[in-house]
Write a protein that binds this ligand. Structure first.
Ligand code: ATP
Length: 199
């Protein structure tokens, strides 16, 4: 799977619609300090479901919406679109081109879309889990991340390895099944109590 393009619209310093195309090989983004290079990576992580404003270098989530400049008024909506080439079917069951979109309005309303269809954040997380593209994966190495991995606790390092090995999805499913099993056992106990009372 390849990221073909990223389009920002009203996201952080990108007030106007800006499309960045990745045409194979290496793409370098250069620019003076404060010109918005890191904002592009923030946009990528945000669209992949980042929920922590702090991780996106803000205080609150609305800080991702263009907040105005000397010559321009603030906007009311941030939108980022990612276009993936899915011809290798990394995202199983989805077409060759997958478009993920996230929108946030100042009112607090927010939307996620997969190929123009409204979905939940959970669907985005599940879609990218174990693909190596999720917001926490090694495909995005931000400043200080290498050092953070070295300094992390063994359990945190283990979860990074599990994500890279592609087993986190199954661990999550196991956890869900275990919770359901516990709930079912509780229900069975309750039924046994009721039967006991009736006898
Ligand atoms: P450096 O090379 O120093 O790391 P950079 O090119 O990575 O810089 P960024 O950190 O991506 O730069 O961009 C910072 C700029 O984005 C700042 O000028 C900041 O004012 C602007 N910015 C951040 N959030 C918003 C927002 N919501 N609205 C408008 N501008 C914003």
């Amino acid at each position: 799977m390849k990221l073909k393009a990223l389009t920002l619209n009203g996201f952080k310093s990108f007030a106007d619609q800006t499309k960045i195309e990745f045409n194979g090989g290496l793409t370098g983004i250069v620019g003076p300090n404060g010109s918005g290079k890191s904002n592009i990576i923030d946009a990528l992580r945000w669209t992949l479901g980042e929920q922590s404003a702090k991780s996106l270098r803000g205080d609150k989530m609305a800080d991702v919406i263009f907040g105005g400049s000397e010559s321009r008024a603030a906007l009311n909506r941030a939108e980022v679109t990612l276009e993936f080439d899915n011809s290798d079917q990394t995202l199983q069951g989805l077409p060759e081109e997958v478009v993920i979109c996230r929108r946030l309005y100042r009112s607090g309303e927010s939307e996620f879309l997969i190929n123009n269809k409204n979905v939940r954040l959970r669907d985005i997380n599940e879609l990218f889990m174990d693909t190596g593209v999720s917001r926490n994966s090694f495909s995005i190495i931000s400043q200080g991340k290498v050092e953070a991995v070295f300094n992390s606790k063994p359990e945190e390092r283990r979860s990074l390895i599990e994500e890279a090995a592609g087993i986190s999805k199954y661990k999550k499913e196991k956890q869900k099944a275990q919770t359901e099993l516990l709930e079912t056992t509780d229900h069975l106990d309750r039924v046994a109590d009721i039967i006991g009372e009736l006898e």
